[in-house]
Design a protein around this ligand. Structure first.
Ligand code: ADP
Ligand code: ZN
Length: 672
């Protein structure tokens, strides 16, 4: 989740042009230099041509040109159509025309002349010929401005090329004139570096719980500390490991702790940092990151949210499909991972909460070939996490970590950190000297359901409707064997929800039809209670109905759970080239079966509520007065639950180590 950057400083890379990394393949720089040279030479040649290869003297038509002709200097004359002419000079007269500069002249020196009209020029030359002053040829030519035209057409291209080269240089991190951090430094990796030997580095003691994950990464710490031990025996040190788990479970924390334990530098960045709107930036950032890391080896690179770049590449180049930039970034990442030796001392840790969507190439041997699962903490782990985050908080003696851990099933480490912080803020708002139990309860409630909206104006009637609705859910979940055990019901509006019930769902590996039907029945309990006891139905049940409908369609079309469509799964995993793998008549059948199933459960809900109408009414009254009720209150009204209350079962099981965590599920009734 949120990243803790206190002691990370953005790296200011050394950009001196001269001290390039010797391990870097020299190809890109070499290429760029060539481009520069070509452009430079081209410009010089053009400029030289523009000068005409030698000094040119321009002389006036009258009298100088006429004089030169009459004195017999001219070897030949080239007349151009733009009222200029070139008079080529006989070698023996060069001195007369050019004086002391004549030694610098090329083999065919000439002077240029602007003439007035072709007619008079011709007349003059005819006359000179007749008089014997001029015996050379007169040629006519078109005077196109080749050079000007060339420069004119090439200039934009040259400018573009120069600009492009410039940008590419900045991207690939070559030497530059703009200095670090300039606009053109987009190609630099955005990795943050936590150097070693920094005070208060994170170590394993800061990571609560996660025993198995810690064990696995402990091996990596060993590799980093003592690579010889493994390589001597011919083992290969892994290049990367993938930390898989939901957000906020401490993946970043764990990676930092690995770096802290091994006392090596730690580069961290997010997968989305690679992706920019410029094409080619991602790939060059990857290159830059690995270059920096190799300089600092041994070290750790941590890439958070690797799915931002590592999502499976699209199959086949369909038109407009796929994200070329992301794919080229991913390819570069793969290339870099293959490129550095196993023993270079750079280990890459990446985090994701969905390993299944990653490109298979990323998970191949030699890349991220180990997956370390970082799960939500169970009860005992939550106690440990609380212990870590309560360290800096001043608490009074009403606070019991045991109870806090019990009240926060499904919370991640980050959520717990948040609870502790929120509790401290609430206590401070009430000018307390220390944080108490109630502050923690309020913090937990707020984090689960958003801010209480005590100010939401509600009439007594509205409140009564909501109480009856929520009591309907609560009653049914009490009397249905497989419904999720209830933890708490409230009619205090939070966020957009008007009322809510908290359940503790069991994470079942497989779910039976009976269990699903019981759940559906309990979800319909709100609407059923409205119809039975309020007399009119409301939009308050919309959320419930949506869930029920989806569930029914899933059960019938995907799980093959209806009598008329048994053992058929129409799940369309985009494997069919058509929209849905069944006929129109089957679609109708599915619709009918869904209606049947929902109606049956609704009838069952109404019947159950009718049987327990006194209890339901008592519950609704209690909700009206107390606004919040817990499982204990339910027991007082209805007596012991006919089945071993699953919440008890789970609580008991939680005590046993290695028990899977459960989540609190919330059903909220959104008003429209
Ligand atoms: P992730 O990378 O899995 O999304 P983080 O490592 O960024 O989660 O966790 C965010 C914060 O949550 C951490 O800075 C830490 O305060 C807290 N946290 C998460 N897991 C734990 C844990 N196991 N022990 C202690 N604190 C934790
Ligand atoms: Zn409801």
């Amino acid at each position: 989740m949120s990243e803790n950057n206190q002691n990370s400083n953005p790296r200011q890379p050394n950009r001196g042009g001269g001290n390039g990394d010797p391990k870097m393949p020299p190809v890109p720089k070499f290429k760029l230099n060539w481009l520069y040279m070509i452009i430079g030479v081209a410009l010089i040649v053009l400029w030289w041509n523009g000068k005409g290869g030698s000094m040119v003297k321009e002389v006036a038509y009258d009298p100088q040109f006429k004089e030169y002709i009459n004195q017999g200097y001219a070897d030949r004359v080239v007349v151009y159509d733009d009222r200029t002419l070139n008079m080529y000079i006989k070698p023996s007269y060069i001195k007369e025309v050019y004086g002391p500069e004549s030694s610098k002249m090329g083999p065919q020196p000439y002077v240029t002349v602007q003439y007035g009209s072709e007619e008079s020029l011709e007349q003059f030359l005819e006359k000179a010929k007749a008089e014997g002053h001029f015996s050379g040829s007169i040629e006519y030519d078109k005077h196109e401005d080749y050079i000007g035209a060339l420069i004119g057409s090439l200039l934009p291209i040259i400018l573009l090329v120069v600009l492009w080269v410039f940008i590419m240089r900045r991207m690939s991190g070559g030497g530059g004139m703009m200095g670090p951090g300039g606009v053109f430094s987009v190609g630099k990796s955005k990795a943050k570096l936590v150097d070693k030997d920094q005070p208060d580095r994170i170590t394993f003691k800061d990571v609560a719980g996660q025993k198995e994950a810690k064990q696995e990464v402990a091996e990596i710490v060993e590799f980093l500390k003592n690579p010889g031990k493994f390589t001597e025996l011919g083992g290969k040190i892994p290049k990367g490991a993938l930390l898989v788990g939901p957000p906020g479970t401490g993946k970043t924390l764990l990676a930092k702790a690995v770096a802290g334990e091994a006392d090596v530098p730690f580069f961290s960045l997010s997968g989305s940092d690679f992706v920019e709107m410029f094409v080619g930036v991602g790939a060059s950032r990857v290159r830059d990151l690995f270059r920096q890391a190799k300089e600092k080896a041994p070290c750790i690179i941590f890439i958070d949210e690797i799915d931002a770049v590592g999502r499976a590449r699209s199959h086949g180049a369909t038109m407009g499909g796929g994200n070329d930039e992301r794919e080229s970034t991913l390819n570069q990442l793969l290339t870099e991972m293959d490129g550095f030796g196993t023993n270079s001392g750079v280990i890459i840790l990446a985090a994701t909460n969905r390993a299944d969507i990653l490109d298979k190439a990323l998970l191949r041997a030699g890349r991220f070939d180990r997956q370390i699962h970082v799960d939500l903490p169970d009860l005992n782990e939550r106690k440990e996490v609380f212990a870590v985050h309560l360290r800096p908080v001043k608490v009074d003696d009403t606070v019991d970590v045991d109870i806090l851990a019990r009240q926060t099933p499904g919370f991640s480490g980050a959520d717990i950190a948040n609870v502790c912080n929120e509790a401290a803020l609430i206590a401070a708002r009430h000018d307390k000297k220390a944080v108490g139990k109630q502050d923690f309860h309020d913090a937990i409630d707020r984090i689960i359901g958003g801010l209480e909206k005590k100010t939401k104006v509600m009439t007594n009637d509205e409140k009564r409707t909501i109480a009856l609705h929520e009591a309907g859910h609560a009653t049914l979940s009490w009397f249905l064997e497989y419904a999720n055990p209830l933890i708490k019901v409230t009619i205090v509006p939070r966020g957009r929800a008007l009322g809510a019930a908290w359940y503790m769902p069991e994470e079942r590996q497989i779910t039976t039809k009976e269990q699903m039907l019981d759940e559906m029945c309990a979800t319909l309990g709100g609407r059923a209670a409205e119809e039975l006891f309020v007399g009119h139905i409301s939009t308050g049940a919309m959320n419930d109905l949506e869930r029920v409908t989806k569930q029914a369609y899933g059960m019938i079309a995907y799980a093959g759970m209806s009598d008329r469509l048994p053992n058929l799964c129409y799940y369309n995993n985009n494997e069919y080239s058509f929209q849905r793998p069944y006929s129109e008549s089957t679609a109708q059948l599915i619709d009918e079966e869904v209606k049947l199933m929902v109606n049956e459960q609704y009838a069952r809900a109404k019947q159950l509520l009718d049987e327990h109408r006194e209890g339901h009414a008592a519950l609704a009254d209690l909700l009206m007065t107390r606004e919040v009720i817990f499982a204990e209150d339910m027991e007082k009204i209805f007596g012991k639950r006919p089945w071993t209350s699953r919440s008890e079962e789970i609580m008991a099981a939680e005590e046993a180590p290695n028990e899977k965590a459960e989540r609190v599920e919330e059903t909220s009734d959104v008003s429209e």
